[in-house]
Design a protein around this ligand. Structure first.
Ligand code: M6R
Length: 366
């Protein structure tokens, strides 16, 4: 059942190239230069007239929502707010006519997300669901929606659900951006081609598993770990930290790299590993200065860089290379080594990777 892997989590990490292809199968028609999404097409006027999109979700799905914010604002120029469902539902939120609520949930059963949807509907919002589990409560409760088609995710730590949620949000952002004139046809076509190359690039990345295992062995006993990223990769830093804490029980925090100076830098000493996402384009020079600041305080740097990087390689203690792609798609690649890193650390610490203590796969109570 685990397909020869020791754990479901490892199997599901390796399934990502297939899962992402399944998400865009029949939707991303790169050669024809179109994105077909029935549920978006059927509601296209609502999407194109939306003054604002509010994303509601919890945990990893909330992190996918944050990547969605960058995608939808950058590519389609639609204002987006991303809310924890648990806060949104109790805050007496302002929902205006013409707002669209997107609810994201792997299981489709998360109590807070479901309650946020019901509240939004009662205030007259159009609610669109992004779910993995077919026929789930959230899939049924939403006005319309799209399935990620990632296949069953058994490990409590969400992996392929996250990258397929991002894939779907990217398809929506590209489609809407092209239709509302923010994204020229040539740029749009270029994005479609690059998106269709993502599964192959993840396949390539998965080959560095043993390299990551070596890094894991060095840091497996660290009591704390910091994750930094900027722009599109800020949410990936949050997700990397969540993955480490939930399965290895190491205290980890994710931060936007520039916020380091406003507090977390005080934590840095020779025993603090810092995972930094420093891909090309994504405010690279600024992230390089953050890395220098950490090194001058003797912190240990594990950097995720773009293939062929030379500058960070000089300063970081370890570098993990990801293949080149559009900046907007880098979260789909930078996430992979972070999943593997937390997986190997958790295994080395003897933790129950697939069923971490105190956690349930779907949180059906608030
Ligand atoms: O099923 P959902 O996507 O609604 O679940 C939301 C969170 O409970 C979930 O992502 C949780 O944070 C994961 N265990 C993270 O790996």
């Amino acid at each position: 059942e685990k397909g020869g892997y020791d754990h479901f989590m490892l199997k599901e990490i390796h399934e990502q190239p297939q899962a992402i292809s399944d998400t865009y199968r029949g939707r991303l028609l790169a050669d024809k230069g179109i994105i077909k999404m029935g549920s978006v097409d059927n509601n296209i006027a609502k999407f194109l007239n939306a003054k604002r999109i509010i994303v509601v979700a919890c945990g990893t799905s909330w992190h996918a929502g944050l990547v969605g914010e960058y995608l939808l604002e950058d590519l389609a120029r639609i204002p987006v707010e991303v809310e924890y469902a648990s806060e949104f539902r109790y805050r007496n939120p302002i929902i205006n006519k013409g707002d669209i609520v997107i609810a994201i949930s792997q299981s489709g059963e998360t109590a807070d997300t479901l309650a946020a949807i019901k509240l939004a509907k009662s205030k007259g919002a159009f609610v669109f669901g992004i779910c993995n589990v077919v026929g789930s409560s959230i899939a049924r409760e939403t006005d319309s929606g799209a399935y990620t088609h990632a296949g069953p995710e058994i490990g409590v730590a969400s992996t392929k659900a996250f990258t397929t949620q991002i894939t779907l949000l990217a398809l929506m952002a590209l489609k809407l951006g092209n239709l509302n004139g923010e994204l020229s046809n040539s740029k749009f076509h270029d994005y479609l081609q690059k998106m269709s190359m993502i599964p192959g690039k993840i396949e390539q990345l998965l080959n560095i598993n043993s390299e990551i295992e070596k890094i894991a062995a060095i840091y497996k006993d660290a009591p704390n770990c910091l994750y930094l990223g900027r722009g599109y990769n800020f949410p990936v830093a949050l997700e990397g930290a969540l993955k480490l804490k939930e399965i290895s029980y190491i205290h980890a925090e994710g931060y936007p790299a520039a916020e380091m100076k406003h507090g977390p830098i005080a934590l840095i000493d020779e025993s603090m590993p810092v995972v930094v996402i420093a891909t090309k384009k994504g405010h690279y020079d600024k992230v390089v200065s953050n890395i220098q600041e950490i090194k001058s305080r003797n912190g240990k740097i594990i950097a995720i860089v773009t293939e062929g990087d030379t500058i960070v390689k000089e300063i970081a203690d370890h570098v993990i290379e990801i293949p080149e792609t559009e900046e907007a798609f880098t979260p789909l690649l930078t996430t992979i080594p972070l999943q593997l890193l937390s997986y190997h650390i958790a295994v080395m610490r003897g933790c129950n990777v697939d069923q971490p203590r105190n956690l349930a796969k779907s949180v059906t109570v608030e």
